[in-house]
Design a protein around this ligand. Structure first.
Ligand SMILES: [Zn+2]
Length: 158
């Protein structure tokens, strides 16, 4: 970085700090030529959250896909538009949190988040989504899923 005092291009970084919101970095620099100290600010690029699909391909997180899946599951269920929107927000937030360090999340992780959140809001919608998502092969698997559901999520959220 060019020294604002002498115009020399050579400097060393003496301190690096990520600012509170986490979206920019402040660096204290020292000019190698004249010894002047100055500060630079750099914006951390906002990388999109990538979804790793079952076949290994990657695509940017698509909120609309979550919306469509949830709308289908909630069709004709007594769940308000607002609740359904909050649900999508919640899933989006949880996905971002889960993929925070790598900026990546698998599509199956998203599926699990959808299941978990649907379960909390409407059990019928949950079963509808699960039957599509998990591709039940026979009625036994379906019954098994309901049995599992009665255990796992309850204990996690109580
Ligand atoms: Zn200088």
């Amino acid at each position: 970085m060019r020294c604002p005092y002498c115009g020399n291009d050579d400097d060393k970084v003496i301190d690096t700090r990520t600012l509170a919101e986490g979206d920019s970095v402040r660096r204290r620099r020292e000019c190698v030529n004249c010894g002047a100290r100055f500060t630079s600010y750099e914006k951390i690029e906002d990388k999109p959250l990538m979804v790793i699909k079952q076949d290994g391909r990657r695509e940017p997180f698509d909120r609309q896909k979550v919306v469509r899946g949830i709308e289908r599951a909630l069709e004709k269920r007594p769940v308000s538009q607002m609740d359904s929107e909050n649900l999508v927000n919640e899933i989006e937030n949880q996905s971002a949190k889960k993929g925070k360090t790598t900026r990546e999340i698998s599509s199956s992780d998203i599926g699990e988040l959808v299941l978990k959140n649907l379960y909390l809001i409407d059990k019928v919608a949950y079963i509808r989504f699960a039957s599509v998502y998990r591709h039940f092969e026979n009625p036994d698997e379906f019954v098994e899923e309901i049995r599992k559901m009665e255990g796992s999520f309850d204990s996690e959220n109580s």
